[in-house]
Design a protein around this ligand. Structure first.
Ligand code: KE4
Length: 427
């Protein structure tokens, strides 16, 4: 069957034909490509067409598809059993590996998705502080737990309204939505609600706004206010963790802000290497509030799944090798610089940025600093560019609000071909 026929067939039995909305190409239009297989930096669709993959399953595939060491680890683990519902040594090994790379955490709990990790972190923050209110930022996405499906209220710094049907207003009444990088709103929120705020959850580099960095002054102030008011600073590093740097975005902020660390961190994507695995962690005093030790309940049948932990562990062992991130960052930066150069030659206003293996670009004169500014960029041009590149065999994220990812398997030729295709598309 070709992509179109598969999409028709899929829509008869799966809502929208997809198991996650962004895959349906609704933002960019057109027919989603049904992927048959992938290898290295390439994916092949149902019609056998090859794409250079800059989605990498939305982050996990940092090594590229089918890395031999990871494949071998998964195949080997599968022979020993798929799931036991009992502790295994490999979960301990993976937890030790994660903690060795993220010094802000003393303990970690493994779960099966970023949504589950963020939802659990939120419940833990509320349980550990005994407080109800939480703060998030417009444009940041932390998975689809009810309390986090919130958009800014009428005036931004008011309590949020649900972004989804099925979420009763009561569930989000304690969720305050602020503008990303807005210091005044941060001060205002804490001066009004400080003692009631359990946590602030933030994407340190907002990949769900494509690519927007939290400024150092903003992050400095956020840390100060959380410390002053006893609110937990929760870093959602599901996308940035082990992607923008070996130690995640927090390691970058720790370089810019002496002694900086979040109180809790959420991970996913890369740590599972493409298998269902995510995690959240904090200092021991907070984590010991979790069942079975403490009063905050959290559980999961497939948490720490033996195949997923094998995949994640093998992935982390590859990315921690000397020079891995230097090479990945250089490759990613060469893509962004190449695209920006081609755009300049074509007279197309384009802004872009990258950190480690994560990048973003906008059709605008300058990089947006918040959600409103992202909305103001040229969406139509983005969509035309997306389809032009897709026809060229280059697979970027099918939505303006998504970041892009380069893997260790992308070669200089892949990057050069991509830039060449962009020149052609803009012509
Ligand atoms: P999952 O439940 O999709 O594993 O993770 C939720 C999540 C949490 N936090 C951040 C910062 C995230 O980016 C995500 C998931 N990201 C989306 C892409 N923007 C996953 C792709 C999808 O929804 O299909």
């Amino acid at each position: 069957m070709n992509n179109h026929e598969l999409f028709e067939r899929a829509q008869r039995v799966i809502p929208g034909g997809v198991n996650s909305p962004v895959r349906a190409f609704r933002a960019v239009g057109g027919t989603p490509r049904f992927i048959a297989r992938a290898q290295g930096p390439h994916m092949f669709d149902a019609e056998g067409k090859r794409y250079i993959d800059y989605i990498g399953s939305w982050g996990p595939m940092i090594l590229g598809h089918g890395h031999p060491a990871v494949l071998e680890a998964v195949q080997k683990a599968a022979l020993d059993g798929f799931s036991f519902g009992a502790p295994t040594e490999r979960e301990v090994e993976l937890a030790e590996e994660i903690l060795s790379l993220v010094p802000s955490m003393e303990q970690v709990r493994l779960v099966s998705s970023g949504t589950e990790a963020a939802m659990s972190a939120l419940r833990l923050a509320r349980g550990a502080t005994g407080r109800k209110k939480i703060v998030k930022f417009e444009g940041c996405y932390h998975g689809h737990a009810d309390a986090l499906l919130v958009k800014a209220g009428s005036g931004l710094a008011t309590f949020g309204n649900p972004t989804s049907a099925g979420v009763p207003p009561e569930v989000v009444q304690h969720t305050l939505v602020l503008e990303y990088n807005n210091l005044a709103q941060l001060d205002d929120a804490f001066s009004r609600h400080g003692p009631e705020i359990a946590c602030v959850m933030i994407e340190p580099i907002a990949g769900n706004m494509n690519f927007v960095r939290a400024s150092v002054p903003f992050m400095t102030r956020l840390r100060e206010l959380c410390t002053k008011h006893g609110a937990l600073l929760v870093f959602d590093e599901v996308m940035t963790g082990f992607r923008v740097a070996l130690g995640g975005a927090q390691s970058l902020y720790a370089q810019a802000i002496p002694g900086f660390e979040p109180d809790m961190s959420v991970f996913g994507k890369v740590i599972g290497g493409g298998m269902p695995l995510a995690a959240f962690g904090a200092k021991r005093a907070v984590m010991e509030q979790l069942a079975p030790l403490g009063p905050v309940y959290q559980a999961g049948t497939l948490s720490g799944n033996p195949i997923a932990t094998a995949c994640g562990l093998a992935t982390l062992r590859e990315i921690r090798k000397p020079g891995f991130f230097e090479a990945l960052a250089a490759s990613t930066r060469s893509l962004v610089d190449g695209l920006l150069g081609a755009a300049k030659d074509a007279g197309v206003p384009m802004a872009g940025d990258s950190e480690g293996g994560m990048f973003g670009f906008f059709f605008a004169d300058a990089l947006p600093q918040n959600y409103g500014a992202v909305l103001a960029t040229d969406k139509e041009r983005f969509n035309r560019f997306f389809h032009g590149m897709l026809d060229e065999g280059v697979y970027f994220a099918p939505a303006l609000y998504e970041a892009g990812f380069v893997s260790a398997a992308h070669t200089a030729d892949d990057i050069a071909d991509t830039v060449q295709s962009a020149r052609k598309v803009w012509k």
